[in-house]
Design a protein around this ligand. Structure first.
Ligand code: 6R9
Length: 630
């Protein structure tokens, strides 16, 4: 399938994808099972905005993830489920078994009144039933809206209401290391404000004796008992909705990004196989939660449509000890491992003996996603996990893009630490200046936009097309605006500098927060950093750094001077932080992103109203940070 094995292949394919995009994608799409072939590849208008791919094509994505594999790999493992507790044994689910379970779940949903087009809220931990339910929705043409099982009742209410869900699939609870989370309790609280939800299907997982509300709540095991292991797949239009997934906006309520069946399937499969250079028979593990886009595209749809073996991990990296990831790689002989910089940085703090205890020789390719990876973390990941023989695939993309956009191709693209490198075939970036003009050539810096559609782009924000237009298509008319800043270096390589609202302008110099953070992290005492700008009389903006050290610094001022010196050496004196506050933790969202909005307020000295902090992993760190503000 338009296979790329050398850099020349990449250049050829890339050129073709730009010069003849419709031919290019038509060829890629021809490797799937369509009930009816499309009449036209693409229609688009970024001003409206409107994008349609594979128009008139009919398919069901689950026939591509399940049915078509049964001929060749019915007995191959589709999913390895690694439970929270490593003492419990892992589950190996074959393609045949997955097919049966998805069909049974689909029949169970149907029996509970779910029809094509209905939205189903899924609030489940990382257990096999989460995969079954997601795929079962797709099987019957219902739209899944997965809400990460760590979100609060309030966030759930908002998402259920916005999507108009009438049914929720959940569990009695979740394990998180040595703790349990009462998911059913959170659902009950959320549903007090969701009168339209008439049915809750509850999977028993932690055996918490959850109270059931008569007439509304039913047990999964009761409902599934009589469900048949075969369910005809619903024929879907390529542009029918496949799912809604919420992502937080910089202002206002979360945005329900809408993805559709055809283009999403083609693109997630293509990028999975291409960027990771997936080979038949390999074991692949993405540590994200299925509640995020990374889990949708690269735990479920991409790998399963490719017939891969994908690991679903219920646990956390730190329990029972810091060796859990490495133990799991060793145990399942993982070949491709995909995680986030925030995880790498926390694992880096633990003694190396946790890594060295395990055999990681099965690893061939490493991946990174979620934020710019700082150089130190990149080097550590490469040296200690990849043993200097695995390429690191730093994949830049977004919930909105559905799949990888700028990313190296394993063993094809020459790597540069902390660079997402080059656009994948089909992706046409344009770097813009603040006056809205495209900056041509290399050695430049600006705002990252995409000027041509790709198959898996979100089609709208559920129920609010106007907001979709304003957020993504209005800053630079005719282009999709990513909200990220980037640099393009002398080789045409992209380096993502962080969200544009994370750019600090110091004495007229644009500085990406990620770049400064990466420099501070180079100091041997520093474990993690977050940098924000604050109003400065002379420079316009000053730089405020929140720094976590491996050990509590003995002489704070001495360390401050050293950190400034380090930054000065790496980026230049202009990037030296004006203020450095030592902290023990940073306000992070549950997906691991630092909530800079809060840090910005602290840096500005305005802590009266920090806004909504309910989506933070540990809201407690905010008080410590407020108290220690400089
Ligand atoms: C997939 C995902 C999207 C934002 C994106 C950017 C940041 C993601 C990155 C990266 C630098 C990478 N981001 N991957 N920045 N290098 N490899 O994370 O989606 O949760 O929607 O976040 O994350 O700022 O705009 P999402």
């Amino acid at each position: 399938m338009n296979v790329i094995r050398t850099f020349e292949d990449y250049q050829k394919q890339y050129k073709k994808s730009v010069e003849h995009p419709e031919n290019f994608w038509s060829e890629v799409a021809s490797h799937f099972y369509w009930r009816k072939k499309w009449d036209k590849v693409l229609e688009w208008d970024f001003l409206k905005p409107e994008v349609k791919w594979f128009i008139g094509g009919k398919l069901n994505i689950t026939e591509n993830c399940l049915d078509r594999h049964l001929i060749k790999r019915a007995n191959q493992t589709a999913i390895i489920w690694e439970p929270n507790n490593p003492e419990d044994s892992a589950k190996h689910i074959t393609y045949q078994h997955l097919y049966d379970e998805v069909c049974r779940t689909a029949n169970m949903l149907k029996a509970n009144g779910v029809k094509k087009g209905d939205r189903v809220c899924i609030y489940l931990p990382m257990i096999p039933e989460l995969a079954y339910t997601v795929l079962a929705c797709a099987r019957i043409g219902a739209v899944h809206s997965v809400v990460f099982a760590g979100f609060s009742a309030k966030s759930l209410t908002d998402r259920i209401t916005d999507a108009g869900c009438k049914i929720v699939v959940t569990s009695d609870g979740a394990y998180r290391g040595d703790k349990t989370i009462n998911l059913k309790g959170i659902i009950d609280q959320a549903l007090e404000s969701c009168p339209d939800v008439r049915k809750v299907i509850v999977k028993e997982h932690i055996r918490s004796n959850a109270p059931m509300k008569a007439g509304r709540d039913v047990w999964w095991h009761d409902e599934i008992k009589n469900a048949a292991p075969h369910c005809e797949a619903e024929e879907m239009d390529a542009e029918d909705m496949l799912f809604i997934l919420y992502t937080s906006g910089s202002t206002g309520k979360p945005k329900g990004m809408v993805h559709t069946c055809g283009g999403y399937m083609v693109y997630t499969n293509y990028t999975f196989q291409t960027a990771f250079q997936y080979h038949e028979g390999q074991v692949y593990w993405c540590t994200a939660d299925i509640g995020w886009i990374t889990g949708h595209s690269y735990i479920l749809y991409g790998p399963l449509s490719a017939g891969a073996t994908t690991v679903i991990f219920e646990g956390v990296p730190s329990w029972p000890d810091w060796g859990r990831f490495w133990q799991t790689i060793d145990r399942h002989k993982v070949n491709i491992f995909y995680t986030a910089p925030t995880a790498i940085r926390s694992l880096q703090q633990a003694p190396l003996s946790f890594v060295e205890k395990y055999d990681l020789s099965s690893l061939k390719v490493l991946g990174s996603v979620g934020e710019p990876i700082n150089e130190e973390a990149w080097q550590w990941y490469s040296k200690h996990i990849g043993k200097d023989k695995c390429p690191i695939i730093d994949t830049w993309w977004q919930t909105e893009t559905g799949g990888f956009m700028i990313s190296p191709i394993a063993n094809v693209t020459n790597l540069k630490p902390a660079h997402a490198t080059l656009p994948l075939p089909g992706v046409q970036p344009a770097v813009m200046n603040e006056s809205g003009l495209e900056i041509e050539g290399n050695n430049i810096e600006g705002r990252l936009t995409i000027k041509y559609p790709w198959p898996s782009m979100a089609r709208t924000i559920y129920g609010d097309h106007q907001r979709f237009k304003e957020t993504y298509f209005s800053s630079f008319p005719g282009k999709y605006f990513t909200g990220d800043g980037c640099k393009r270096d002398e080789d045409g390589y992209y380096r993502i500098t962080g969200r544009v609202d994370d750019i600090i302008i110091v004495s007229g110099h644009n500085l990406g927060t990620a770049e400064i953070e990466s420099a501070i992290d180079e100091h041997s005492a520093v474990c993690e950093t977050a940098v924000v700008g604050y109003p400065h009389d002379i420079k316009g903006q000053g730089i405020y750094a929140f720094v976590i050290c491996y050990e509590k610094p003995a002489e704070e001022d001495k360390l401050r001077a050293e950190i400034k010196e380090t930054v000065s050496k790496i980026i230049g004196p202009i990037a030296k932080p004006d203020k450095i506050q030592f902290v023990s933790g940073l306000p992070k969202t549950r997906s691991g992103k630092i909530m800079r909005r809060i840090l910005r307020k602290v840096a500005e000295g305005d802590t009266s109203n920090l806004g909504d902090t309910t989506t933070l992993l540990d809201p407690g760190v905010v008080d410590e940070i407020k108290a220690g503000a400089i």
